[in-house]
Design a protein around this ligand. Structure first.
Ligand SMILES: *Cc1c(COP(=O)(O)O)cnc(C)c1O
Length: 357
């Protein structure tokens, strides 16, 4: 039996594990994807506060629901401009865009939204413009801003949840969100999403409250079983320390390879735990604008040399490398070895492209 259209035991067990890992979460609602989790968390935030504006960072990805499918590129920083055909302007009229890691911009946008600010939504470690860590004090600053304004802080931990630590980015950075969205890891490879928070907020959800959310396949037993098995596998003592060591070894090796290829001053590595991106730009990369200064032709060359050597990294400069527990010493060594050739080939291309040559 794959689906009951009703709560199951596995669902309750997985919810308990999530609540145990996240002090900010008392109650959990499962969905079938991260997209649905964010869409529903935003609806809940709006319904619970009775307000409509949501601040979102340029370059952060929160799934493909209409209201969140605005990133930027357009240069519009305060008024949402749809970035996909098919998203009508009205659907994003209450999505307010600010640059990531810019607390002053968030404060200014919050001031403008005033009593209409329902929530600030952010990837606590950005993973969808390449990896961009939060600047010192940024997440704590957003926390304070929300408290002062009576708005909810939503951390989209669809990537970071159970990856950076068992309690995700909230554990790593010591900042609590009001609502948290999860996905990916908690489904162990099967379709899943979840959002959760304190009972006092979650009680606004139907059927207890008036904010509607439902899903025929949500919390289906197969995804719950896969999620439970995954959380069990990563609950072993020393798991995150080992993952950190493997990831640090990969970073050190890649840095060395880039340096040997003469790229030390031309690439920028951002890594938080097992999330990493090598940007083909001197950096520092701290937001969407600095990320998109990257030389994507050089990245493409790097990618294809790696692929030819049997190493398949994410096929975009603006995605992350994810180190997993399945990666052993040999995989890391092979990757670093192949990266030596990939960086050299990319360096040749970059030299040719230099002006005056
Ligand atoms: C992947 C992702 C989503 C969307 O999840 P899906 O399961 O692909 O719908 C939302 N937020 C973040 C941060 C993601 O990385």
């Amino acid at each position: 039996m794959d689906s009951f259209g009703a709560p199951t035991q596995g669902e309750a067990q997985l919810a308990e594990q999530i609540a145990e890992a996240y002090p900010s979460i008392e109650k959990v609602r499962f969905t079938s994807s991260g997209t649905e989790a964010v869409m529903s968390a935003v609806r809940l935030a709006r319904g619970a506060t009775g307000r409509k504006k949501v601040i979102k960072c340029i370059g952060c990805y929160h799934g493909h629901s209409d209201a969140m499918l605005v990133s930027a590129g357009s240069g519009a920083t305060t008024l949402g401009v749809p970035s996909s055909p098919g998203v009508p302007p009205g659907a994003v009229a209450d999505t307010v865009l600010v640059p990531y890691n810019d607390l002053a911009a968030a404060q200014a946008a919050a001031g403008e939204a005033g009593a209409q600010l329902a929530a600030v939504l952010v990837e606590p470690v950005a993973g969808n413009m390449g990896v961009v860590p939060p600047a010192d004090g940024y997440l704590a600053g957003l926390r304070k801003l929300c408290d002062r304004r009576g708005a909810l802080l939503i951390f989209d931990e669809v990537i970071t949840g159970f990856r950076l630590a068992r309690g995700g980015a909230q554990e790593m950075y010591g900042v609590r969100a009001d609502l948290t969205t999860l996905g990916k890891i908690i489904g162990g490879g099967l379709p899943v999403g979840a959002f959760g928070g304190p009972a006092a907020i979650m009680k606004y959800l139907a059927p207890e409250g008036p904010v509607y959310q439902a899903g025929t396949l949500s919390g289906n037993p197969a995804a719950m079983a896969a999620g439970l098995a995954t959380l069990k596998a990563i609950a072993k003592a020393g798991f995150y320390q080992r993952l950190e060591r493997t990831s640090a070894a990969l970073e050190a090796g890649l840095r060395q390879a880039a340096e040997s290829a003469g790229l030390a001053a031309k690439v920028c590595f951002n890594r938080v735990g097992s999330m990493m991106t090598c940007f083909f730009t001197p950096g520092p990369v701290r937001d969407y604008a600095s990320a998109t200064a990257s030389d994507t032709a050089a990245f493409a060359t790097y990618f294809h040399v790696l692929l030819r050597r049997g190493i398949y990294i994410a096929p975009s400069q603006y995605e992350a490398m994810f180190v997993s527990a399945a990666h052993g010493r040999e995989d890391i060594a092979r990757t670093i070895e192949a990266a030596g050739e990939a960086f050299s080939t990319a360096a040749g291309l970059m030299r040719k492209a230099e002006p005056g040559r």
